[in-house]
Ligand binder design. Structure first.
Ligand SMILES: C[S@@+](CC[C@H](N)C(=O)[O-])C[C@H]1O[C@@H](n2cnc3c(N)ncnc32)[C@H](O)[C@@H]1O
Length: 293
């Protein structure tokens, strides 16, 4: 495997994704797109994990492999990366990305609540944007802790809608759309306020050295650059994908959905400030042998 600089790695990712995207649809297409658009902040996870040569790392809920691929790049061939997801189509996209990028990532289908690994298998276990979708995040975290060796690291990255600050505030129609989307996720058992709860979940799971880092996303100005407009296009596509579910759940009518989307499109051209933060939480699995000394 070739060692690439950060810039070359990001570029290679973007190119591999561009080649694969036309072959994907629905959820996998959006997950891959999101992976490309959030690549730079995601790389912070690698420095927080303090990867060591020879590490065995597990990425749970890998989707199309965004973080698993970065981990394999970070280890530069001196370690092992395992990527697990409940969705076979996402895993297949992750496998194809790894193939194109020539990084070693093993993919295994599995459920975070019952991981197909023995206790203490991994040096590091990570999950990005997974816990927000789960009914019982504590159970999932306990399972991540179980498969991580004593002294190993567990890391979770997730969102918190409460961190969103906007000026001027969004029009009521757009605010109602945001609320409807969060409600839909909650009806499916998820929680878009999971970010603030990660510290408590980590402490309750018995993890030591728990630390939380906020990774901000800021928009200040008119979104004229290619990346900001691409992020907006991504959000629009995600909302289109949820249209039917929002209407069926009676969270919005077709008419209010369409009006909110029009208001959102107008907002996308405005000179404004928006800030939100995702939380990267890490902790160490207690090591009884070490603690006894
Ligand atoms: C928003 S995606 C995040 C993907 C990836 N971690 C990333 O950062 O791009 C959430 C992923 O969690 C997976 N997932 C949901 N429930 C799961 C479960 N119980 N066990 C394993 N994976 C699960 C979904 O299939 C999906 O791929």
């Amino acid at each position: 495997m070739q060692e690439l600089s950060v810039q070359a790695w990001m570029q290679a990712n973007e190119q591999a994704a561009a080649e694969l995207l036309p072959r994907l649809g629905g959820e996998q297409e959006l997950t891959l797109l999101q992976g490309v658009l959030t690549h730079y902040p995601r790389l912070l996870t690698l420095s927080m994990l303090h990867l060591q040569p020879g590490d065995t790392v597990l990425d749970v809920g890998t989707g199309t492999g965004a973080l698993a691929l970065d981990l394999a790049w970070g280890l530069a061939g001196e370690g092992r990366v395992m990527a697990v997801d409940i969705d076979a189509a996402g895993l297949e996209a992750a496998r194809l990305m790894a193939q194109r990028l020539r990084v070693p990532v093993e993919t295994v289908r599995g459920d975070v609540h019952d991981l197909p690994f023995q206790a203490g298998t991994f040096d590091r276990t990570v999950a990005r944007f997974l816990l927000q979708h789960l009914k019982d995040p504590a159970k999932a975290l306990a399972e991540m802790v179980r498969v991580t060796r004593p002294g190993g690291t567990v890391a979770v990255i997730d969102v918190d809608d409460g961190s969103l600050l906007e000026d001027p505030p969004p029009p009521p129609k757009v605010a109602a759309l945001y609320r409807a989307v969060a409600k839909l996720q909650a009806m499916r058992g998820g929680d878009r306020h999971i970010g603030r709860k990660l510290y408590r979940l980590f402490r309750s799971a018995g993890l030591d050295n728990v630390s939380v880092v906020g990774i901000p996303r800021v928009q200040a100005g008119t979104p004229v650059d290619v990346r900001t407009t691409a992020v907006q296009a991504y959000h629009r596509r995600r909302l289109e994908l949820e249209r039917q579910a929002l209407v069926e759940a009676k969270l919005l009518t077709e008419a209010t959905y369409r009006a909110a989307m029009r208001a959102m499109d107008r907002l996308a051209c405005e000179d404004r400030f928006a800030y939100e933060v995702e939380f990267l939480t890490t902790g160490t699995v207690p090591d009884p042998a070490k603690d006894a000394n």
